[in-house]
Design a protein around this ligand. Sequence first.
Ligand SMILES: CC(C)(COP(=O)(O)OP(=O)(O)OC[C@H]1O[C@@H](n2cnc3c(N)ncnc32)[C@H](O)[C@@H]1OP(=O)(O)O)[C@@H](O)C(=O)NCCC(=O)NCCS
Length: 268
Amino acid sequence: MTDTSPGLYGSDGQRRLQAAALAGAGAAREIPGAVFAARMAGTDDPDRLGWDRIAATLRDEGAITFRMIPTDACPEVERRLAEIGCVITWWDVFDGPRDTVRATCDALLASPGDDLVPAGPQACTDPGLLEQVQAFMAGRGVAPYPAQVLSGQTGPAFLAVLTDPADGSIAATAFTYFPYNRHSPHHATAWAGLVAVRDDMRGRGVGIRVNALALRQAVGDLGADRVQEFARTTNVASCRMIERCGLRLRADLRSGIAQPAGARSFTR
Ligand SMILES: CC(C)(COP(=O)(O)OP(=O)(O)OC[C@H]1O[C@@H](n2cnc3c(N)ncnc32)[C@H](O)[C@@H]1OP(=O)(O)O)[C@@H](O)C(=O)NCCC(=O)NCCS
């Protein structure tokens, strides 16, 4: 049955995972090895979280995200998952330190190459706009986050929305928040993502601008020491956009989503 709780968005499966992630937010902020990944359960240290718990999550919820796994440990993660009938799709990890990200994004944002208008902070907590943002992301293949996370109710966060001055419609989105808890070496690292640009506006620097708006806030008001983003190697536009904003590929780390073998790909 569809979970129609306020703030959730997407398919029945996506809503179920979001509801479970919200319900487990407190635990994800406390348990060593757990990550508050907003659209599903997560871990940045599978041995510390425990493979029994990971197997139970995959059995009960159908997905879990692995974050910041050393590349040389990935084959062992794949082997453990295969033992329980699951597979993982990996993303490349990009990250950068505060000063580099700040200087790069300030330079990018100094002269916007478009007339798009950023939505104000107040608008970004409006339930109507948040639902439009979720629909916009989903329409571009990006699995959305619950509105509670996008609006900052679950912790410090920033949602960047660029609107079309012609009609006020959404032209681009990006988001940043802190997924890692105090036990993690990444606890002061913000994650950024959910970047999507209207199809007819691509290839003109809009992605770079909206991403830079989110990253600038992460290392500014939100106080992150570092920022990270994930993208599939094959998503060339996304990888280029991330690098243009001052982040560098971390060949030593990977992140990904584990699901039962044969399940439909969860997000871009
Ligand atoms: C990824 C995405 C946000 C990029 O937005 P965009 O506005 O088209 O990107 P930009 O115009 O800012 O370009 C960013 C960089 O990528 C390059 N680029 C853009 N589209 C490209 C393409 N189709 N192939 C190769 N490079 C591309 C640009 O040339 C630019 O690099 P450069 O400055 O070195 O020339 C957009 O394509 C999108 O919404 N994709 C669907 C959702 C998605 O995949 N999100 C990312 C999830 S990880």
